[in-house]
Design a protein around this ligand. Structure first.
Ligand SMILES: [Zn+2]
Length: 251
């Protein structure tokens, strides 16, 4: 058995964390680490290392490197503030509230979100063109296998509180993107969905490629807690940025 110690403040870190108006970023410093330069249309796109590497693999698989522009990836708190302020001046309050997240409430500050646009001479920075056809749609159809999801879908506007953004993709990792896609859940719905599978009581399980995958929720009650996991397990733990952790194991 291996003992893993979970600290309460770590619920604000990890690939499955929910970031929105109600659940803001608590530790900006953490997200400045391990950022990978991606190049891209604006030539300074950064993404968290795993997110960036998997996006590169996805783009290579569908031969889209020359066809899709990486319009906006990681943003510092200061950059998000500047984008918000300048959008208010250029586009007005109503438009900005619709399409630009408040500072500390933007997934872009985690380095796990990317805005994609079809390559063109002029690309709209806030609303890049990323249609449901051609290479954009091919990316969408393959994204889940690499842990990415179209984050702000039209039919989820009432749940996310964010207008439809066909260009914004979020890395949540494997197998979470597949589970969310399978059950048609956005991240706001996935967090409570997994909470039903309390660690030690039950889990969300399935088999894939001869692997037994189990996902469960760990509630944080104390400042720190110990978890006993079998040495033969591969595992990943992420905070949900709400009230606990999501544990994923492979056997
Ligand atoms: Zn975005």
């Amino acid at each position: 058995m291996s003992v893993i110690t979970l600290h309460k403040e770590d619920i604000h870190k990890g690939y499955q964390m929910l970031v929105n108006k109600q659940h803001s970023i608590k530790d900006n410093q953490y997200f400045t680490r391990q950022l990978l330069p991606m190049g891209g249309k604006f030539n300074k796109t950064l993404l968290k290392k795993n997110t960036g590497n998997l996006l590169n693999q996805l783009l290579d698989t569908i031969a889209a490197k020359e066809k899709i522009a990486l319009v906006s990836g990681y943003r510092s708190q200061q950059e998000q503030e500047e984008i918000y302020k300048s959008s208010i001046v250029e586009n007005g309050q109503l438009f900005t509230e619709k399409y630009v997240a408040l500072p500390n409430c933007s997934e872009h500050q985690t380095g796990m979100a990317i805005d994609l646009g079809e390559r063109a001479d002029n690309i709209d920075f806030i609303r890049p063109h990323f249609p449901y056809s051609g290479i954009a749609q091919i990316l969408r159809e393959n994204a889940v296998r690499y842990g990415f999801l179209e984050r702000y879908q039209k039919h989820k506007e009432a749940v996310t509180g964010i207008s439809h953004e066909p260009w914004h993709f979020r890395y949540v990792g494997y197998p979470h993107a597949s589970i969310m896609h399978h059950h048609d859940l956005c991240l706001e719905e996935y967090i409570p969905f997994i909470k039903d599978y309390k660690f030690g009581e039950k889990h969300y399980g399935f088999s894939l490629d001869n692997k037994k995958v189990e996902v469960s929720y760990i509630q944080t009650e104390a400042d720190s807690m110990n978890l006993d996991l079998s040495d033969t397990l591969c595992y990943q733990i992420s905070g949900n940025n709400v009230d606990g952790f999501i544990l994923t194991t492979w056997r």
